[in-house]
Design a protein around this ligand. Sequence first.
Ligand SMILES: *[C@@H]1O[C@H](CO)[C@@H](O)[C@H](O)[C@H]1NC(C)=O
Ligand SMILES: *[C@@H]1O[C@H](CO)[C@@H](O)[C@H](O)[C@H]1NC(C)=O
Ligand SMILES: *[C@@H]1O[C@H](CO)[C@@H](O)[C@H](O)[C@H]1NC(C)=O
Ligand SMILES: *[C@@H]1O[C@H](CO)[C@@H](O)[C@H](O)[C@H]1NC(C)=O
Ligand SMILES: [Cu+2]
Length: 157
Amino acid sequence: MSRFYLSFLAVFLVCLSVVSAATIEIKVGEGGLKFVDANHTVNKGDMILFTWVGTVNHSVMRSDAPAGSCMPATNLKGGANATISGPKMTGNASFVIDGLDQTIWYYCGVGQHCQNGMWGVLKLAGGSDTKASSANRISGGLSLGILMVVGAATFLF
Ligand SMILES: *[C@@H]1O[C@H](CO)[C@@H](O)[C@H](O)[C@H]1NC(C)=O
Ligand SMILES: *[C@@H]1O[C@H](CO)[C@@H](O)[C@H](O)[C@H]1NC(C)=O
Ligand SMILES: *[C@@H]1O[C@H](CO)[C@@H](O)[C@H](O)[C@H]1NC(C)=O
Ligand SMILES: *[C@@H]1O[C@H](CO)[C@@H](O)[C@H](O)[C@H]1NC(C)=O
Ligand SMILES: [Cu+2]
């Protein structure tokens, strides 16, 4: 193996190990008064994408602890807004994990939906992953790795 090949391989492996941002989709109102999946382990930079799939209005609000407290959060870190989306029936809403909170609690503020269990939890993790977001993260890491290898090759040759 040539030294060049080995250095590309090294760059590639380093890139693979870098945690890249993932998009985590949460379906709002799938199967009733639910977020699916409600709970995820997230990393800084991940985008949480809520997509409305139900047939009644739902909102997405951040709350303080404990999970399922069903009250808008007060004084979120970084001046974040407790309202991620007001009530609606279609479309989407998203926010990016800023890494300031170890745990983000969220719920639907429409009617008694939250009291009926329509809430979820996003936990910040350094390395570990949830099943739901690992596929996205790996493909993101792969494309980044490939991009950097192509970049290195262009530079060296
Ligand atoms: C989400 O996690 C909380 C604990 O943090 C747990 O009580 C709840 O049952 C979980 N919800 C789902 C839908 O798994
Ligand atoms: C929070 O977001 C809601 C809905 O997007 C908006 O109406 C409200 O003005 C915002 N509040 C602050 C303090 O930015
Ligand atoms: C759903 O939400 C929209 C936007 O806030 C509102 O205009 C509409 O009246 C709501 N529909 C119901 C059935 O509550
Ligand atoms: C989210 O909704 C906007 C319009 O409200 C649309 O332009 C955009 O494509 C949607 N994004 C996703 C990822 O569905
Ligand atoms: Cu709801």
